[in-house]
Design a protein around this ligand. Structure first.
Ligand SMILES: [Zn+2]
Length: 304
């Protein structure tokens, strides 16, 4: 009898749990379009199933830390995304930027287990050291207070691994429908020995950040007036304090001179680790999402 009662209680408990879960799920679904509820969607919400941004296969996705955990990304992070910056309603109503609070650090469910593990094992370590050395230097070198440009000479790191880690993070943060058309970058990152990178089509820029910011824009089109001509730049930006990166698609011949062009890192062998020397600019204002948001807001107001 007690057994029976016990099992009834258990059943009740399980039912209660299921009810809790389904309530939560219901609340979550309400945010989406309830009319579109079907099994595929249900599965996606529960198991984070989706298209891996690296191998392109539909799989269960795991949380990818962007930047890697060891590069100052272990605890709660405030993330700003491109969606937030290009929200025209928000701009018109003069609302301020909203952050996404991420309890486990900044990142997203973008890579399958296999891709997450491979990139972690092949590339993350060098990137983490690179970011931490530069972060330490920017924080502790007091004569840098007014500096706008810093030159580095780092030995013992693999430039190609750092480069592929940066690309892997770009693929994770760029919209899936754009990533779909970047198969060549996917293949380049998935093969650690590949040196086959299309330098005509893509250009990777780097800059430094003194102020903390973690943000990524996704692929966006920026219009700039240059010598009376309107130029459209297809650009993705990641601010991953203390480093920032740009990925420019079909870059114009005039690359923003403030950025360091690190595209040549693609030609370094996976095992080569002699020296990396870089002169980089501190561009907190130029590429920060805050500044970009303010810039767009001002232009929007002037346009009224
Ligand atoms: Zn994958």
């Amino acid at each position: 009898m007690s057994n029976f009662l016990g099992s009834v209680q258990k059943t009740a408990l399980i039912l209660f749990k299921i009810r809790q879960i389904s309530l939560k799920l219901f609340q979550k679904l309400q945010k989406y379009d309830m009319m579109q509820l079907n099994f595929e969607r249900y599965k996606t919400l529960i198991m984070q199933i989706g298209i891996c941004h690296l191998c392109g296969k539909e799989k269960e996705l795991t949380f990818e830390h962007i930047p890697p955990k060891g590069a100052n990304n272990k605890t709660r992070a405030k993330l700003i995304t491109g969606n937030e910056i290009f929200d025209l309603e928000k701009l018109k109503n003069n609302k301020s930027l909203r952050y996404i609070n991420q309890q486990q650090g900044s990142g997203g469910y973008t890579l399958c287990d296999e891709c997450n593990n491979n990139t972690g094992a092949w590339y993350a370590k060098d990137y983490i050291e690179f970011a931490n050395v530069i972060g330490y230097y920017l924080n502790n070198e007091t004569n840098l207070d007014k500096a706008e440009q810093v030159s580095f000479y780092i030995e013992g790191l693999h430039g190609q691994r750092i480069f592929k880690q940066i690309l892997s993070m770009f693929l994770s943060t760029i919209q899936p429908e754009v990533v779909e058309r970047m198969q060549d970058i996917q293949e380049f990152v998935l093969d650690k020995d590949s040196m086959n990178f299309n330098k005509e089509k893509y250009r990777i820029g780097m800059f430094l950040l003194k102020n903390y910011e973690v943000s990524h824009s996704g692929m966006m089109t920026l219009f700039e007036v240059n010598q009376g001509k309107l130029i459209a730049r297809n650009l993705a930006v990641m601010n991953l304090y203390p480093l920032g990166f740009t990925l420019e698609l079909n870059p114009a011949t005039e690359f923003d001179k403030k950025l360091v062009d690190i595209t040549k890192f693609a030609d370094i062998d996976y095992n080569y680790n002699k020296k990396i020397s870089i002169i980089a600019n501190i561009l907190d204002k130029e590429y920060s999402m805050h500044s970009l948001f303010e810039k767009i807001r001002k232009e929007n107001q002037n346009g009224k």
